[in-house]
Write a protein that binds this ligand. Structure first.
Ligand code: AMP
Length: 179
């Protein structure tokens, strides 16, 4: 039943060639949220994967991690914590810098948002080079939580983003592409 749902979701992802710049095959996830059946299937499949893991906080990365993140948190009886670009979070934050294709970027999390007994599920829509999630992983790791799981809806396998993470970290992706 879950395989059928994943197949339907895969068929709903829209490929947009040359967006935002020439040469990029942009995977548009909005149809997964736009249609009630897709949204419900996505929620079911992701919740099933993590329901027995004891997750206490889902941490979503701005901005596409803010869609399924809170849905998953609700389903898992967990809290939701945002990771945002600099200057957006109002209370005291900690920050991590990372390399982008051109220059560097930073992300922040509220300093009081996680505690040592938290089991964290880090979520974003898509794993490309992995730079953003690796920075998010380092940020959460610095806060000294009990365990970290990582989830993406989509993985672009050829970019080998997985290699940025320690081998013992469980990284789970629903739909894989080899372009
Ligand atoms: P990265 O740090 O390279 O793993 O990518 C960071 C973010 O950029 C991902 O979470 C996506 O939201 C977005 N992104 C990168 N490449 C693509 C792509 N080919 N299609 C859609 N979104 C992408």
């Amino acid at each position: 039943m879950f395989n059928k749902k994943i197949e339907n979701l895969r068929n709903s992802v829209r490929n947009i060639p040359d967006f935002p710049i020439e040469g990029i095959q942009f995977k548009d996830v909005t149809p997964l949220f736009q249609y009630a059946e897709n949204l419900s299937d996505l929620s079911d499949v992701l919740t099933e994967r993590y329901k027995a893991k004891g997750i206490t906080k889902v941490v979503g990365i701005e901005s596409r991690g803010f869609i399924m993140g809170p849905i998953l948190a609700l389903n898992l009886n967990a809290g939701f914590v945002p990771i945002r670009k600099p200057g957006k979070l109002p209370a005291e934050t900690i920050e991590e810098d990372y390399e982008k294709e051109y220059g560097t970027d930073s992300i922040q999390i509220h300093k009081d948002s996680l505690s040592p007994d938290d089991i964290v599920l880090l979520h974003d829509d898509l794993l490309a080079t992995g730079g953003t999630m690796a920075a998010a992983y380092n940020l959460v790791k610095r806060m000294g939580v009990k365990k970290i799981f990582i989830n993406f809806i989509i993985e672009l396998e050829d970019l080998k983003g997985r290699n940025l993470f320690p081998k013992d970290v469980q990284i789970d992706t629903l739909i894989k592409y080899d372009i």
